[in-house]
Design a protein around this ligand. Structure first.
Ligand code: DX5
Ligand code: ZN
Length: 223
């Protein structure tokens, strides 16, 4: 599968979101990462349904909306995010009691269903969900804030999941989120990552040239 850079809008300029999105589009970005926080599951608040809806209204055809729910009991909002324009809806294993049925409900709502784990969560807890997941997201920082340092132990989780995927012929997308930058993105792609989320490494400084640098690395993986 092709490798993607998936910019996290958490680090975008919200006053100037329209222009930032245009820069992403002009540089060939096709997937955007939308971080939703509730102040409960993580100690922070961020964007939610209205912002996603507004982006969808104007640029819905330009991007796949990769929506990362860092919220308690995400099952309450499946329909709301579907209506807002989410294409992929990722929940946290730690945030709900019946992961399997939430993943099924997301698929029934015609979105791709993603499952994510926090850095302190044992990756093996995902075993029972892998056959139902369209995407598996490994958090490589403690969720809640952009600009943190990449947790190196995440690399082993990626290796574990990539092997599981190969051994069982699963076809979930493998995604990593947190502290990804130009210095480590190759390490995660080499371990099977398809979607590398990056917030501060994309939006800090010149967005266009940051993306171009990432694309040079992605180019090394093109057949
Ligand atoms: C953190 C979010 C991330 C965040 C990543 O809770 O899930 O998507 O925006 O930001 P960076 O790339 O700066 O670590
Ligand atoms: Zn995220």
């Amino acid at each position: 599968m092709k490798k993607y850079l998936v910019p996290s809008l958490l680090s975008a300029n919200f006053y100037n979101l329209k222009d930032d999105l245009k820069v992403l589009k002009d540089n060939g970005i096709s997937i955007i990462h939308l971080d939703v926080m509730d102040g409960m599951f993580v100690p922070n608040l961020s964007i939610g349904v209205p912002v996603i809806e507004s982006i969808n209204k104007h640029m819905g055809d330009d991007f796949i909306f990769d929506t990362h729910l860092m919220i308690e009991k995400p099952e309450r909002y499946i329909e709301a995010f579907k209506k807002a324009g989410a294409d992929i809806l990722t929940i946290h294993e730690e945030a709900t009691t019946d992961v399997k049925s939430v993943l099924k409900d997301i698929k029934n709502a015609e979105m791709k269903a993603g499952i994510s784990i926090n850095p302190e969560t044992d990756v093996r807890c995902l075993d029972e969900y892998l056959e139902y997941a369209d995407l598996v997201l490994v958090m490589s920082v403690h969720p809640g804030f952009g600009g943190q340092k990449f947790i190196e132990d995440s690399l082993q989780k990626l290796e574990y999941l990539d092997k599981k995927r190969k051994d069982n012929n699963y076809n979930f997308i493998l995604e990593i989120d947190g502290g990804v930058d130009l210095s480590n993105v190759k390490k995660v792609y080499d371990r099977g990552v398809d979607y590398a989320v990056a917030g501060s490494a994309v939006f800090r400084g010149d967005i266009s040239s940051n993306i171009k640098e990432f694309c040079k690395i992605i180019g090394e993986y093109d057949e």
